[in-house]
Unconditional design. Structure first.
Lengths: 455, 179
């Protein structure tokens, strides 16, 4: 591990840390009293979440009529935001599973938070699924259990049922993957902390981990297996989400390009969200030595790649719509770009295709403020992508008599904002009580890129 | 019966790896090695065999796949056949996505639970090195000395070349289980 690497490789951890210093640096924020800044962030998120809760309670008790939907437009903010959140989650699994299989060692500093982000994003997406049913309290009817209604089974040919299985599998697998990764770190915290309550908490969840190499050996095997399972899973999840659209006969949805297009878009938006979060975290918790500019740059490069795929997909979709000669298809695309909802289309193009092009420049990739701003643009752009796909296709039906338009109600906007509140509430709780960076994994890459003696 | 153990602490993985290989070569019985992170190459140095978890994972996955495929065909084509848009009752290709998801679910969660249950036996052991330092920054090699030729200071001398931090003797109560 030592002299093998050339000095040209940038070290993954800066500041010549010793193993004990790593434990110290990462565990320190968990042992201090909550800072004022944390309280402000947490309470703000909680406030936003409660606004969303009020909106959702109103919607469930009154009915879906509180939304701006109509006969023509049956999906709008709900599914847009659902797809947005599911997409956000994908970067976490990509970092934790796919980069693990490719032995990309730089993942170690960011994988813990990215996985946490995945779980929280999937929770938000799942909440949206339940909310958009209208009668949320019958949500369990989606589960194919022997019921007193026949038993009447769910229709396993429907992509909406596939979705249920995909998302719940994704949630459970991500959760277990994240937890398995946490066990050694929980043991580290258990052995350090002086607070009795915390010790009890960490002791319970560390399951008596001792650091025995016989266990490490099997642990690594399990981790590898989970990574191997999560990799096709993450691709399947967004593929199935895209089938919700692609298996229907709505012009603009009924295309075979959807699965790869959606998966690339998901990774693209997810990395933007990882950057948004990590740039703040590294500043606030002083993790500059762990989440280095090298990490930021790598993530920017993945954004260029996936952003390129997304741009290509937009172009291909448009070209095929024209080239196919199908009048409905070509009308839909002209309508998207030039019709009444064209403002959304151009926001999408600007944020998703133009904005990431700045990442070709190394100076911008290494400029934290610039990266942060661009990542916000991409987040917005990717939300609009789903909005454009869903709403602009639905506003124009085959029959001009059923053409319609859409504007969200205050309840829908409050629910959207509330989902961000849920996401950030969970994220701040995570930042307060669990190590944001994988302590064990970072220790293993300390010598990476270092020339000579290990510490 | 009580068992004598010799615990040697190191402060870096290189010394630990060399000491472990040395112990293995000199026929010391290595009870275990404790490390703060998964040390690359330590499995070989200790002579650990590839674990069978892969097989467990495979069997669980196949079980999930078969069970779910059967369930979908049974519910859709046998128990209450419903004609949905003229599609065949046994719409085999349409059943694949859910089958795949359940395969992953069974394999992933099942393997993890199997791992946690089977290894917690080892974690419950009372005697272990001063694990507080092992989960932080130190590495510990635990060997069972060969009684016939055992001498603590002699062992100390033999391991001196590996720059260990300290070496301790501990007595472990043996309950009749095999590790």
């Amino acid at each position: 591990m030592d002299n093998k690497y050339s000095i040209l490789r940038e070290p993954l951890v800066l500041g010549n840390k010793s193993i004990a210093e790593v434990t110290n640096d990462i565990a320190k924020p968990l042992e201090k009293k909550s800072s004022k800044l944390w309280w402000i962030c947490f309470l703000t998120s909680l406030l936003i979440l409660s606004i969303g809760m009020v909106a959702v309670t109103h919607q469930i008790s009154t009915g879906l009529g509180t939304w701006g939907l109509n006969n023509t437009i049956g999906w709008a903010f709900d599914i847009t935001t659902f797809v947005f959140w599911i997409g956000i989650g994908h970067a976490g699994t990509l970092i934790s599973a796919i980069l693990f299989l490719f032995r990309q060692k730089w993942r170690t500093s960011v994988n813990r938070s990215a996985e946490a982000m995945t779980i929280f994003a999937v929770i938000c997406a799942g909440a949206y699924i339940l909310i958009h049913m209208g009668r949320t309290y019958f949500g369990y009817w989606l589960i194919p259990y022997p019921n007193t209604r026949g038993p009447l089974w769910v229709n396993f040919r429907s992509p909406l049922v596939w979705d249920l299985f995909a998302i719940s599998t994704y949630l459970f697998t991500s959760l277990i993957f994240w937890y398995v990764g946490l066990i050694p770190d929980l043991a580290t915290l258990r052995d350090r902390t002086t607070s009795k309550i915390k010790k009890g908490f960490y002791k319970f969840f560390a399951l008596g981990w001792t650091g025995s190499n016989k266990t490490w050996h099997r642990y690594e095997t399990v981790y590898g297996l989970l990574a191997g399972l999560a990799t096709p899973l993450v691709v399947s999840v967004h593929t199935i989400v895209s089938w919700d659209f692609a298996t229907s006969i709505i012009p603009g949805w009924h295309t075979t390009i959807f699965p790869p297009y959606f998966v690339a878009g998901a990774v693209f938006s997810g990395f933007a969200m990882v950057l948004t979060l990590m740039l703040v975290v590294r500043k606030v918790l002083h993790f500059e030595d762990y989440i280095t500019l090298h990490h930021v740059e790598n993530m920017c490069k993945i954004i260029i790649l996936t952003g390129g795929i997304v741009g290509l997909a937009y172009a291909t979709e448009f070209f095929i719509a024209m080239y196919s000669g199908n009048e409905y298809e070509s009308f839909t695309f002209i309508n998207r770009a030039l019709g009444p909802m064209s403002w959304a289309y151009w926001i999408m193009v600007t944020c998703n295709i133009v904005a990431p092009q700045f990442f070709w420049i190394k100076k911008i990739r290494r400029n934290v403020v610039a990266v942060f701003i661009i990542s916000i643009f991409i987040n917005i752009g990717m939300w609009f992508e789903r909005f454009v796909i869903i709403v602009s296709s639905l506003t124009r039906d085959y029959l001009p008599s059923s053409w319609s338009s859409y504007s969200p109600t205050i309840i829908e906007i409050a629910t959207l904002i509330g989902s961000f509140g849920l996401f950030f509430t969970l994220f701040f709780l995570f930042a307060r009580f669990l190590p944001m960076i994988s302590i064990g994994e970072v220790k293993a890459v300390l010598s990476y890129g270092k020339n000579g003696e290990q510490k | 019966m009580n068992k004598r153990l010799v615990v040697t602490y190191f402060n870096n993985e290189k010394d630990l790896l060399h000491a472990t290989s040395f112990a293995k070569k000199n026929k010391y019985e290595i009870q275990d090695v404790f490390t703060p992170y998964a040390v690359h190459g330590l499995d070989d140095a200790m002579g650990l065999k590839t674990s069978k978890l892969g097989i467990v994972c495979f069997v669980l996955g196949i079980t999930g796949a078969i069970a779910k495929l059967w369930y979908q065909i049974w519910t859709s084509a046998t128990d209450w056949p419903i004609n949905v848009g003229g599609k065949p009752l046994n719409s085999f290709p349409a059943f694949i996505p859910v089958t795949f998801e359940v395969t992953v679910l069974f394999a992933g969660i099942g393997t993890t639970i199997y791992f946690l249950l089977s290894d917690s036996r080892r974690w419950k052991k009372k005697i272990r090195p001063n694990y507080k330092t092992v989960t932080d920054s130190e590495f510990a090699l635990v060997i069972v000395p060969n009684n016939a030729v055992y001498d603590f200071s002699e062992t100390k001398n033999r391991f001196k070349q590996f720059n260990y931090l300290r070496m301790e003797e501990i007595i472990e109560k043996v309950n009749n289980e095999k590790d």
